[in-house]
Ligand binder design. Structure first.
Ligand SMILES: *[C@@H]1O[C@H](CO)[C@@H](O)[C@H](O)[C@H]1NC(C)=O
Ligand SMILES: *[C@@H]1O[C@H](CO)[C@@H](O)[C@H](O)[C@H]1NC(C)=O
Ligand SMILES: *[C@@H]1O[C@H](CO)[C@@H](O)[C@H](O)[C@H]1NC(C)=O
Length: 407
């Protein structure tokens, strides 16, 4: 091949990467992010100045332009996920208190989405002083304002008075027609626990697990039900301690499995830094664990540690094997994690929800420009996103992966 031909071939090759997405295919609320535009930057900053806490603004973009068209297409595969007219609406705002944090869960029966306040944030004055609260929204109310980008004040966000109150809930999923929360516990004597809550008034609760052979868990963080064996898999990690509302940990941070029929509690994985979000692929063949190792609460941030998603194979007997590093997040750390019905993987990160295809390639983001601990699908084409002091409602084409047929 002559040099001329080879540069033509290079151009053609580059062209074939560009060609799949033409700007006419990009929905009005979306924008193409061409990663080649920042493979080589004219100037970069040292880690003390630019790191996982920094917002990355690619050349040619501004903070405003990233937010104006919040569906960021990194790969054309994302177009199928967002469909032709995705929307993002801010539906609630809190000036200071991080009321919209975690445990986002759809109650199909009432068509509502529940979520919880940040138990560990100083601005919430929760944790040891008082328990984080649960709140909810009606999806019909959210859908009615989805043509707006800002609809703060137009959607009711009532407090859910669980009884007895779920103490410092942090993770949640559907469970046998009810909602199950992972609670982080409070102080020395209220142990971390799994709480089942009736999603309807009077929101009565029952604790179904609160110890490991008499030993308190550290602070339960997140959980998921396996689609086939229906056991409850949950993560336990040190956040209650490093956020000043639980004693020093008495167990290794790890992932457990609970069979409520037999009462058996077994270990399924360890070797993490701070195991956090947990989910299964829709077919139940893979488990995903998000590790927020870079964030150690009062010990500070350490950017050389994990901000990663690990994938395991789930064997027929429900045990996990073949740990693989699936994704590493450039912004913040991956927290809440969920799959869509096609097996794409979504996690709440430092600037919004990141989306990877099943081979771990970043294909898009739902960008909110600030820390997004968790989010969830709420039926076909609907998603609720918790970004601490802001709550968002998104419409897109994808559907979630749901385990509980009675939800
Ligand atoms: C607490 O709230 C204030 C606004 O009142 C804000 O400036 C500050 O960043 C918040 N702190 C954290 C850790 O979010
Ligand atoms: C709530 O109360 C109802 C009626 O007593 C009961 O059937 C249900 O199991 C309770 N749910 C929980 C989670 O405690
Ligand atoms: C950051 O974490 C690494 C890996 O665990 C550790 O070796 C290092 O000492 C930590 N740095 C600080 C400043 O704590």
């Amino acid at each position: 091949m002559t040099p001329q031909l080879s540069s033509v071939a290079t151009l053609l090759l580059l062209g074939s990467f560009l060609a799949p997405v033409s700007s006419s295919e990009i929905p009005p609320q979306a924008q193409l992010i061409d990663q080649r535009a920042f493979n080589v930057l004219p100037a970069t900053q040292p880690p003390a100045e630019f790191n996982a806490k920094s917002l990355f603004v690619p050349p040619g973009s501004t903070g405003d332009s990233l937010a104006q068209k919040p569906f960021h297409v990194y790969d054309k595969e994302f177009l199928k996920i967002i469909g032709e007219t995705p929307t993002l609406t801010r539906i609630a705002h809190s000036p200071k208190d991080p009321l919209y944090h975690e445990a986002v869960v759809w109650s199909k029966g009432t068509d509502e989405v529940f979520f919880v306040q940040n138990a560990g944030a100083k601005n919430a004055s929760t944790g040891l002083e008082k328990s984080a609260i649960i709140q909810k929204i009606s999806l019909a109310e959210a859908a009615a304002v989805s043509d707006k980008s800002d609809a703060v004040g137009l959607v009711n966000v009532p407090v859910v008075h669980s009884s007895p109150q779920v103490i410092n809930p942090n993770g949640a999923t559907n469970y046998r027609g009810q909602i199950i929360f992972a609670g982080e516990g409070q102080g020395d004597n209220v142990p971390p626990a799994l709480w089942v809550m009736n999603p309807k008034d009077p929101f009565n609760t029952t604790v179904i697990l609160n110890n490991y052979f008499g030993r308190q868990f550290n602070s339960l963080n997140d959980l998921a039900i396996h689609p086939k064996n229906k056991d409850i898999y949950f993560t336990d990690t040190i956040y209650g301690y490093v956020q000043d509302f639980r004693p020093a940990p008495g167990l290794q941070d790890q992932v457990y499995r609970f069979n409520p029929e037999t009462g058996a509690v077994t270990i399924v994985a360890d070797g993490f830094d701070h195991p956090n979000g947990f989910t299964f692929s829709p077919d139940g063949k893979h488990a995903y664990v998000a590790d927020t190792g870079i964030d150690s609460g009062f010990f500070g941030l350490n950017f050389t540690r994990a901000a990663s998603v690990y994938r395991f194979d789930v064997k027929d007997d429900g045990t996990l094997e073949n740990r693989k590093t699936f994704a590493f997040v450039h912004s913040g750390a991956p927290d809440g994690i969920h799959c869509d019905s096609e097996g794409n993987v979504y996690a709440g990160c430092g600037d919004g929800v990141h989306v990877w295809n099943p081979s771990g390639k970043l294909i898009g983001k739902i960008y909110v420009g600030s820390g997004t601990a968790n989010f969830n699908f709420a039926g076909q084409g609907r998603m609720v996103i918790c970004a601490e002091t802001d709550l968002y409602y998104a419409t897109l084409a994808a559907d979630g992966s749901y385990v509980d047929s009675e939800m």
